[in-house]
Design a protein around this ligand. Structure first.
Ligand code: ACO
Length: 336
């Protein structure tokens, strides 16, 4: 049977470092508040010059992943692009990335699952591979948040947490009887919480979609009920992680590394405590990058591989995340 294996990974973070102190120029906040509540020390933002979109960051991460896989873009059967900050309202960033890779007809799908974009993308890729519809897939998670954040005290709860960045993985279907690939997954959504974290305008349900008044009222900036999202995350991340362990018939002893979505270091510390995980079995990099949403898990994965924090053969990772939608989920992946 065909199993999905990872052939290459890549990440791209813009060079511009924005520290917590830098943010105090725009809003009433402090390095102390941000570090205490979120663990974030700095994040990357795209350069102020030039128009740089999610597909541009995705392209840089993809080039690295493709070269590590030993693939050229023409080898791809499918591109899956996860982002909540697409270059354009439409068409999707996957199409833009496809063109930037020099491709002329390779299919490209955009998915809008925010912080769980990578998890949903992995399960979609696995289904394409198992059904025989594709055998070489590029999965990208990329965000440019910085151009969509309110640079004022009104938006400070959200603005301080987000950063720009991209991660990419090359996935291939390989005929093998070995117990490798996606061993278990459990994905969920609950639209009742859609307004707990959203950007309201412009939107098709508004007529007109955008007005000067909406801009003045700040309805174009992300709004978050942070406390509620926090409570959901600390409850559901351990729950759904246990579900995938049970599904796979594994225990935490079989897991080499847990890579959670990077939304808030405190969320991940609660998660670690409820799972009883030792420090060396959970990976966090939110301190350097903030929350890069669809980019966060593949960026962390690329770092975990680069730092050789998992065995080269049969390294087993548990991914978990919760974000806007709300969507949440977990999965267990084992390398060949
Ligand atoms: N600087 C200084 N003070 C601030 C800031 C800031 N940046 N932001 C909020 N405050 C103030 C508030 O105004 C409030 O003041 P008050 O007590 O006088 O009213 C106080 O700090 C506490 O505010 P809370 O919102 O209760 O702070 P909390 O401890 O909940 O931290 C945070 C806020 C960091 C946003 C947290 O709620 C959180 O991380 N939530 C979850 C985020 C998440 O997981 N999102 C999902 C993923 S993102 C995605 O899907 C796109």
């Amino acid at each position: 049977m065909k199993k999905m294996v990872i052939k290459g990974t890549g990440r791209y973070l813009p060079e511009r470092i924005v520290t917590n102190d830098d943010l105090t120029k725009f809003m009433d906040t402090s390095d102390e508040w941000i570090q205490q509540r979120t663990g974030i020390e700095e994040r990357r933002w795209v350069s102020e010059e030039g128009n740089i979109g999610a597909s541009d960051l995705g392209l840089e991460a993809s080039k690295i992943a493709l070269s590590r896989a030993g693939w050229v873009p023409e080898d791809l059967d499918l591109i899956i692009f996860g982002t909540l900050s697409p270059d354009l309202f439409f068409p999707g960033s996957g199409c833009l990335l496809q063109s930037k890779l020099g491709l002329k007809s390779t299919p490209a799908i955009d998915i809008r699952q925010q912080c769980t974009g990578f998890l949903y993308g992995m399960e979609i890729a696995d289904a394409y591979i198992k059904s025989g519809h594709a055998s070489r897939i590029l999965l990208v998670g990329a965000e440019v948040h910085s151009t969509g954040l309110e640079m004022a005290t009104r938006g400070r709860d959200v603005t301080v947490i987000f950063g720009d960045g991209a991660g990419a993985v090359c996935l291939e279907g390989v005929e093998t009887d070995e117990n490798v690939g996606l061993l278990a997954a459990s994905l969920h959504a609950q639209g009742d919480y859609a307004e707990a974290l959203m950007v309201e305008a412009p939107a098709s349900r508004l007529n007109p979609r955008i007005t000067h008044e909406m801009i003045d009222d700040g309805r174009v900036w992300p709004k978050m009920d942070g406390r509620n999202v926090f409570k959901l995350a600390v409850k559901r991340l351990p729950e759904v992680s246990q579900v995938v362990l049970d599904k796979a018939g594994l225990t935490l002893d079989d897991i080499d590394m847990v890579i959670p979505h990077q939304a808030n270091l405190r969320i991940n510390q609660f998660f670690q405590k409820s799972m009883n995980l030792p420090d060396e079995k959970i990976y966090n990099n939110i301190q350097k990058y903030g929350n890069t949403t669809a980019g966060s898990i593949p960026i962390a994965l690329d770092e975990v591989i680069e730092k050789k924090l998992i065995p080269k053969e049969k390294g087993t990772i548990l991914f978990a995340g919760l974000g806007a939608g709300v969507t949440w989920g977990a999965m267990i992946f084992r390398f060949m």
